[in-house]
Design a protein around this ligand. Sequence first.
Ligand code: 3HC
Length: 508
Amino acid sequence: MGAGIAEVLARGGLAVVGIEVNQDALERGRGHLENSTGRAVKRGRLTEDAQREILGRVALSTDFADLGDCDLVIEAVPERLDLKRKVFAELDRVCRDDAVLATNTSSLPVTDIAVSTGRPTKIVGVHFFNPAPVMKLVEVIATVLTEPDAVTRVADLVRSLGKTPVTIGDRAGFVANRLLFGYLNQAASMLESGHATRDDIDTAMKTGAGLPMGPFTLMDLIGLDTCLEVLDAIYAESRDRRHAASPLLRELVTAGLLGRKSGRGFYTYDKSAAESAAEAAAGPAPVVGVVGVGPLADAIAALCDRAGAELRDSAAGLAGCELIIEAAEDAEAGRALLSAAAQAAAPDAVLAVTSADGPVIGQAMATGRPAGTVGLHLPDPAGTLAEVAATVATAPEAADRAADLLGRLGLTVVRCRDRAGFIVDALRFPYLNDAAAMLGAGYADADSIDAAMTLGCGYPTGPIADLDRLGLDRAVTVLNALHTETRDPALAPVPLLTEHVTAARPLR
Ligand code: 3HC
């Protein structure tokens, strides 16, 4: 992280002094700088001359005294308060009185660092995101002691580096980590509980929610030890059990499996994570039956059209279908339609109950042939992800067949157990609820929250915009289903959401 920040500053034309603890660490830092800028040269993003200039701007040293002329010092040492305090005491001694001292901590209170120095008014947080040269967000954290001028100077500097500053107060996790880590931890719990596999969860969030990386790939990038530190810090403040680190994460860290940097975490890095992606299903497009009318039925018709699959929606036609999808807008109507379809269907046809929220076992029982029935969720009906849920009554061959038939419709299929929200909605709506809670509490405004997730974590849209896009009524429905299933108070829709639904007003 230190090398990444030094690169950002040097690319911005600034003279940088990089301090490391010893000569070995210094050489590693130099290696990071050379590799990262070298990669940009290889990609044609940087000329060799420009690379030389950038590297020439960074003076590396093991002597704190070399920081004496600096206007700003950014600390990025390991996340231990005693170590940070020691470093800041040294900085306090060697730096000019008007120098601003910043910490890149992601888990410790900036205030705890500030009060241990002789210049608490000049201590700020500057929180970069991994990989620092790429991610455009920098959170600038002002404590109750920080003088406004120090915050302005740092925010201006961040802007001059081509990054976007979001200025906020000193709360555990700031904006982005506070919203990101509940989701990452929930993904780890989902894996641990056997709800779905690592690869299916990663695929679901990339393909179904459009995220640049799935949660396990991202945790491996961040470093599992860092993930654990951030979760412990947020839990200490929130006391929300969704931030109580998953035992699986703790176990991996104890075993020294820290992610990419140690060669193994959730994935093993002797072969790339992408290689384990499932192969596309092969075979002719199936004959599909659809019962029910509405937008979902229309989306399935469009999907069949694209895949060249024959679509039947008459009672007589259902007998020859390999897959019959219930796509009614109303669950009661869907139940009646599917039980009628079950009578007409061929014995080996798979019945798929669509569900936007709750588990499907009730509808599966109502078909009279639950062994041949699966749950189906298309998180984005115009997208390419299909989530298939097997209930406790689903025969394994029926779930396999459903996955194969949907794959032959050109969909990417992931599988999970029969729980509210399947994978994508079970992970994204609690995160969206947290964002609404943050907005409601006034910690950050809608623009800052959205910028944190789009610029800090590469999300295609921020959570507040997402809530308006997906529909606040849908958010409330899914959250109520998740809350009913788990009785976890943190999953109940926050008052701001229910209030906006009642008032029929978007958040923005
Ligand atoms: N260092 C420098 N540059 C890098 C890099 C690295 N480690 N990794 C990727 N890049 C550059 C590439 O050179 C490329 O640059 P170019 O467009 O100028 O050629 C660009 O990033 C895109 O890289 P790739 O094409 O190889 O890969 P992707 O398109 O898959 O993008 C990614 C990679 C930018 C990492 C993208 O997957 C992403 O945005 N992931 C989300 C990352 C994220 O969420 N970060 C925040 C984590 S939380 C955090 O850091 C806070 C802390 O407190 C825990």
